[in-house]
Design a protein around this ligand. Structure first.
Ligand SMILES: [Zn+2]
Length: 183
């Protein structure tokens, strides 16, 4: 009888420990790479519509203002943003990473031209907002991964994007915790 009571307490403690361990892991997903120089250069390919310049810069600046020493800056370089036909309407945009060990070497983003007139820079209804999507993709440049649970829906790194959505333009406290844990 006494033994079984002890066992029960032991089980409860273990459960509490597992819950505590699980909660920081779900706040953000860090995939382990970072820009060793502490900044990432990026540039727009000529395929990017000129009206996208301001929303793209705003997306980068959102991460620049997250209270770390990391900085995205625009300069002629190989880390390009492209607007191209991907032939796949299940993908709105994709970040391609080149890394070696824990060192992020290069990133590019393809914004899917298959969506054509569905792209918008003003957050209008029934359209995909450029800044909303770009802020999420720049999160991937930081090696932050997609989040999938119902607790993550308000975060910039949540994996899906809805028509008319603009909430990913602004970082959630957990997205900020993510970049702050790296830089
Ligand atoms: Zn993603």
């Amino acid at each position: 009888m006494k033994c079984s009571k002890k066992l029960l307490i032991g089980t409860l403690l273990l459960t509490a420990l597992l819950v505590n361990m699980a909660s920081p892991a779900s706040a953000y997903q860090y995939n382990g790479r970072y820009w060793h120089q502490g900044y990432a250069q990026y540039t727009k390919d000529s395929s990017i519509p000129s009206s996208w310049s301001t929303p793209l810069a705003s997306a980068a600046n959102t991460w620049n203002n997250a209270g770390t020493n990391f900085f995205f800056y625009q300069i002629s370089c190989n880390n390009k943003l492209y607007y191209k036909l991907l032939g796949d309407i299940s993908i709105l945009a994709v970040t391609h990473e080149v890394y070696s060990g824990d060192s992020m070497l290069s990133c590019t983003v393809d914004f899917n031209k298959d969506f054509g007139a569905l792209w918008s820079t003003s957050g209008e209804q029934y359209h995909y907002d450029v800044q909303n999507v770009a802020t999420h993709e720049f999160g991937h440049w930081l090696s932050l991964g997609d989040l999938y649970t119902s607790a993550d829906t308000e975060k910039t790194m949540y994996y899906t994007i809805s028509l008319g959505e603009t909430k990913k333009r602004t970082l959630h406290s957990d997205d900020i915790a993510g970049i702050q844990s790296i830089y």
